[in-house]
Design a protein around this ligand. Structure first.
Ligand code: GLA
Length: 381
């Protein structure tokens, strides 16, 4: 891959580029709680955004996307959001400049094998790769944690999705064979060994693109904020959803707004599920972990309402199968992938029949992605 992207860089631009790659992510459990003060359990996976980058001194960004075959040249002082991938690059540059770092332009070639719109955080991987790469070529001395913050702000301020911190954190801090138990309040984290003896993590990409997701995402976020703010009026000691119980919700939210109640109920239950899941993972109790994944899916589908017919179908199809310990939709929702813990010997037979049933029922092709965990954003040597 290094040779390929380097040679494309030489076709499009002059100079000798630095190659950086940043991975996509999965999340074992803890969905839609990163912006609700919870914990999450993501891991970086072997699907990447690669960038080849070199400085320039004339205040211009030259950008070429291999996937979209698009070349853009733009002044660094005149960056505006758009509907395409360039927004994520410019969003990062905008943040770097706003934070007082001085840069004078660059040429960049981008290539990725993370399926777009599949809930694997291709945009966070792109933002993380660009932030990391600019930091390297300009020797800005930005810490890893600030790179995460730059990438997150690029997404929320420039791209307009008021996302949590999980995706960038996983992309930058990922470690092979580990999931990251991340406290999204304090950003303290610990690496948890992802030992799944005899089982594998398999993603089923519904091939439904989650295009409606960003507006629905922002709505979920404000509903939860409204719920939490209301509870705080009655219980001033409550800081985050971690301090909230189901009885608080019944007492203070249910009489006020049923929909907000249901959203908040999901959050409170998911925060608890994550804690239980980490214990099961640490004790090697994969059966119990799997059951929690199914419970999370029910919550995302019925309470948080971010699933869709195709994702629910994929879960229903595997739920009664004793070779599948657990499964759920993953990421923002409204499309993208399900994550499944499947017994190794059973994978190929299961895939064969699921592909047929999925096509018959939805008219869509199922993409199967077996994932391995990998290290986070790094220079490719
Ligand atoms: C998207 C967001 C994340 C997180 C997930 C849901 O991937 O970017 O911050 O909120 O949805 O868990």
């Amino acid at each position: 891959m290094k040779t390929k992207i380097e040679s494309i860089f030489h076709q499009k631009f002059e100079g000798q580029p630095l190659i950086v790659r940043s991975p996509g992510r999965i999340n074992i459990i803890g969905e839609h709680v990163d912006y609700n003060g919870g914990y999450v359990l993501p891991a970086a996976i072997d699907k990447y955004i690669y960038v080849a980058i070199d400085k320039r001194n004339d205040g211009i960004i030259g950008l070429y996307s291999v996937n979209f075959d698009v070349k853009i040249e733009i002044e660094i002082n005149n960056l505006k959001p758009s509907n395409d991938f360039s927004t994520y690059v410019f969003g990062v540059v905008d943040q770097v400049i706003k934070r007082g770092y001085s840069i004078s332009g660059f040429n960049i070639v981008i290539y990725g094998d993370i399926p777009v719109g599949a809930g694997l955080s291709s945009s966070a991987a792109l933002e993380s790769a660009v932030a990391f790469a600019i930091n390297e070529i300009y020797q800005l001395g930005i810490s890893k944690l600030e790179l995460v913050s730059i990438a997150q702000s690029a997404e929320s301020i420039f791209a307009g999705v008021n996302c949590g911190v999980m995706d960038m954190f996983a992309s930058i801090y990922g470690q092979k064979d580990f999931a990251i138990k991340l406290d999204c309040n304090s950003l303290q984290f610990e690496y948890m060994p992802l030992v799944l003896d005899g089982y594998s993590l398999v993603l089923f990409n519904s091939n439904v693109k989650h295009s409606l997701a960003s507006s629905a995402y922002n709505i979920r976020r404000s509903q939860c904020e409204a719920g939490l703010n209301r509870i705080k009026q009655f219980l001033p000691n409550v800081n985050t959803f971690r301090d909230v119980t189901e009885s608080h919700l019944i007492e203070y939210i249910l009489p006020f707004d049923k929909e907000i109640f249901t959203r908040c109920l999901y959050v409170v239950k998911e925060i608890q599920r994550l804690n239980d899941a980490c214990q099961h993972l640490a004790n090697g109790n994969l059966q119990a972990l799997g059951q929690l994944l199914y419970a999370t899916h029910d919550g995302l589908s019925l309470e948080y309402e971010v699933s869709c017919f195709e994702l629910d179908f994929l879960i229903d199809e595997v739920k009664g199968n004793s070779n599948v310990l657990g499964a759920r939709m993953m990421g923002g929702g409204f499309g993208g992938c399900t994550i499944n813990i499947i017994k190794d010997e059973a994978i190929s037979e299961l895939i064969d029949s699921l592909k047929v049933n999925y096509l018959k029922t939805t008219g869509l092709h199922l993409e199967v992605i077996k994932v391995q965990t990998v290290n986070g954003t790094e220079i490719v040597v």
